[in-house]
Design a protein around this ligand. Sequence first.
Ligand code: ACO
Length: 436
Amino acid sequence: MKLANNKATLSFSNGTPNIELPVYSGSVGPDVIDIRKLYAQTGMFTYDPGFLSTASCQSTITYIDGDKGELLYRGYPIEQLATHCDFLETCHLLLYGDLPNAEGKASFTRRVTNHTMVNEQMQFFLRGFRRDAHPMAIMTGLVGALSAFYHDSTDINNPEHREISAIRLIAKLPTLVAMAYKYSAGQPYMYPRNSLSYAGNFLHMMFATPCEPYEVNPVIERALDRIFILHADHEQNASTSTVRLCGSSGTNPFAAIAAGVACLWGPAHGGANEACLNMLTDIQKMGGVSKVGEFINQVKDKTSGIKLMGFGHRVYKNYDPRAKLMQETCREVLTALGLENDPLFKLAMALEKIALEDDYFVQRKLYPNVDFYSGIVQRAIGIPTSLFTAIFALARTVGWIAQLNEMIGDPEYKIGRPRQLYTGSAPREVKPLAQR
Ligand code: ACO
């Protein structure tokens, strides 16, 4: 970051002297006003619940232009990455700053695939869960538990530990998600097959059984790989900020990523893909496309508490570029599987069309986000709805780690400690029990 040509001047109406605040520019995007000395100089904090105008860090990883609907990983447009690269190349890009050449790709792939198995003891840990436990409940537990299995990579201040835990997390997350699925289905766990691609191996661990050979369908493999790429990172969103804040205390990487998994679960964040598919299924049960108008009216009625899930975004005030790519993938997968007339896809298209023409959505700049179509693709692939957010977590793990490692490697990094505007009781005396 570099100093901008101008400074910000903060003036007060009560005679407190003005103060000057430095302004910094990034490479693209809005400048920031540096308020770090504000409290020392004025005794005041800034107030920004929900971080509507606050940059919490500087980062070189991901850039979003919400008005244009643009998403870049390390400067590369998401459309180009989703078309020309695979997920492991994208992981390399996010972790190390650039795309690998052929040799670098082969060596990174080897390093990741070397770590796809989890400690055999992990299955006994899994057994402690009810069979009907939500996969995100299981994932929060399993990812946190990794720190109990890999003692040799828990020192966040040691670059070698950070590197090996990064590789372990990327390699093991698919194995853990597939184990959570197999456990709920009552089927035997399938060990990873390292000759397959990252996405192909995940499909194998999910859908193969020991009884017969399993062939990976290349269209599904590519679609899943694209889902992983589209979810790999997304700047300082709620779960990434959670990982950074959690990691800022010096906790181990597995614990910090488990915190991210827990945050992602919420329906306003990663849980929206599950909530969106449930919403589409409910409308379908009510009568499908013919009920879209009625449903949209309910969404617009603020007293109903109903939201159009998969719509709206804190940063995008234009079409989420990931949603466009996801819609394309959705069409490809449904065609490859002979499901062109899938009623939920038709319903989603009808909902999107009406919402995009409706004043309520136009005025508020509400567009489909990545979750609007991802559930339909995953359902077509055979992934149960309750597993959608776990797949999002699997893909986002690399982004979380890249952001965590960037923070720890930053000489300016400090434990995250927001302040508050206290509105509770002024100091008062505790009365003895008999007088209260
Ligand atoms: N349906 C109906 N109205 C909506 C929706 C929606 N999906 N999203 C926003 N609005 C309305 C709000 O009610 C508000 O209206 P108002 O100005 O009349 O009060 C206005 O649009 C602005 O919305 P906010 O809630 O203030 O926007 P915020 O940035 O805080 O929230 C969020 C963003 C959480 C994503 C929101 O749009 C939402 O809940 N969407 C549905 C859930 C979803 O799809 N989440 C996935 C996000 S992407 C991701 O995490 C992968």
